[in-house]
Design a protein around this ligand. Structure first.
Ligand code: S3P
Length: 175
């Protein structure tokens, strides 16, 4: 039996806000991988990318994912790139049902416009084009990892949480 739920999906999917609400409903703890990485390194995500580079960020992401994946009874909000290293998903899957939150590129663009600097990978001149390219590359990774998929394009946060809860109910193996 698995006792964790891991939320994966592209930036701007609401993994953090949905994850917190879901954790409350399931009476589980909540862990956000990006926040733990920031705590561990003592720098913001954009500082890590700028000063140390993406590869260094991914190395810390692997370490932190390993630690969190080994804990029990958690809803885990993962960074959008967690699927890029298969080892992360293999470790999460041992004790987590993996929920993939998706949305259309247009919705992602709208949702990520508000955070400006915070997302170094989207800090480019043509953000819409970058989103489409990253999505095209990553889609198979997300799809392969997912036990449950929820399209959030037309849903509020509360509706996404309800949808996940009903899918989890039908999913055998979470306790
Ligand atoms: C990333 C997503 C970010 C953060 C980092 C890299 C990605 O997390 O981990 O900027 O590669 O998609 P969010 O998905 O929470 O924005």
């Amino acid at each position: 039996m698995k006792s964790n739920v891991a939320l994966i999906g592209f930036m701007g999917m609401g993994k953090t806000v949905v994850g917190k609400a879901l954790a409350e409903r399931l009476r589980k703890g909540f862990a956000e991988l990006d926040a733990l990485i920031v705590q561990r390194v003592g720098k913001s995500i954009s500082e890590i990318f700028r000063q140390d580079g993406e590869i260094a960020f991914r190395e810390v992401e692997i370490e932190v994912t390993k630690e969190v994946a080994g804990r029990k009874n958690l809803v885990i909000a993962c960074g959008g790139g967690v699927v890029l290293n298969k080892i992360n998903i293999d470790r999460l899957r041992e004790n987590a049902v993996i929920v993939y939150l998706t949305a259309s590129p247009a919705v992602i663009l709208k949702r990520t416009l508000v955070d400006g600097e915070a997302r170094p990978l989207l800090n480019v001149s043509d953000r819409g084009k970058e989103i489409k390219e990253l999505l095209r590359f990553r889609k198979p990774f997300y799809e392969r990892a997912a036990d449950i998929t929820v399209n959030t394009s037309r849903l509020s946060v509360d509706e996404v949480v309800e949808r996940i809860l009903s899918e989890l109910n039908r999913y055998e193996g979470l306790h």
